[in-house]
Write a protein that binds this ligand. Sequence first.
Ligand code: NAP
Length: 269
Amino acid sequence: MTAWAEVIGDPVAHSLSPVIHRFWLDALKLPGAYHATAVGAGDLASFLDERRKDPDWRGCNVTMPHKQAVLALAEDRGGLRDSIGAANTLFRADDGALVATNTDAAGFYEPIADADLAGRTVTVAGAGGAARAVLFALRQMGVGEVVLLNRTPLKAAALLHHFGLKGRVLGLDAVPPPSALIVNASALGMAGQPDWRPDLSQQDDGCIVYDLVYHPLETALLQTAAEAELATVDGLDMLIGQARVAFELFFGQAPPEEGDEALRARLVA
Ligand code: NAP
């Protein structure tokens, strides 16, 4: 009997989750396994029905296009439907139920856990799925004003309203106002997408610039921030952080605290 988990999506071959989870299984010398499985949109329900029958299957990470659909097929004990609106992990609860959760918000939070953002202004670019997890976490952190930059302003305004955040909506070409934190949760900067190179001249040296994009790892945004001598956080920190929470849910042990540098080296290899 070997506990195992997987990442499901379509496409899924590009996912870095197997590298991360196998790295920790090896580091802890656990006998578990972790796979990547392509599951088409029309096959999701029957796929999960099959997996439920396997007592060794501990759950799965969920990527496009299933992040919303899984909410209807698993228990939503954390009220995700009404908050982030998407799940990225399914796991077995102690009572055997298959439960949906979203570890992106915790993964986003982990690298900035020591930052005191209470009552502070933050700027966020993007209003898609990742931005929802970011705004959820920022609300928990008690931020003040959120300046939300997006290509589609109405979508951004609806998100601010949904999360009950005080703020305003601007275009992606706006100059970010003085902010404790600037986050790129948009697709800008991803391979194949235009760069986002905002004017950072209004930021003081306490501003943290955080890019969720991890392909490429060194984005135009992070280069601009480094040139302005601002602190930076890259997308691998969040990717590893969200996987850390999922690993413990699957395999019942926290990943080792040490070894992140070796893991990062493997992920960029
Ligand atoms: P998504 O739901 O598709 O949202 C994409 C966002 O980017 C939307 O706000 C969209 O604007 C905007 N956008 C897309 N193409 C654009 C363009 N050409 N010009 C201007 N804006 C554009 O995607 P997502 O899931 O939120 O992912 C966003 C990014 O976060 C991706 O790079 C993803 O890899 C990254 N991410 C990283 C992690 C991590 O662990 N590091 C986790 C999740 C996501 P509209 O609203 O106008 O369409």
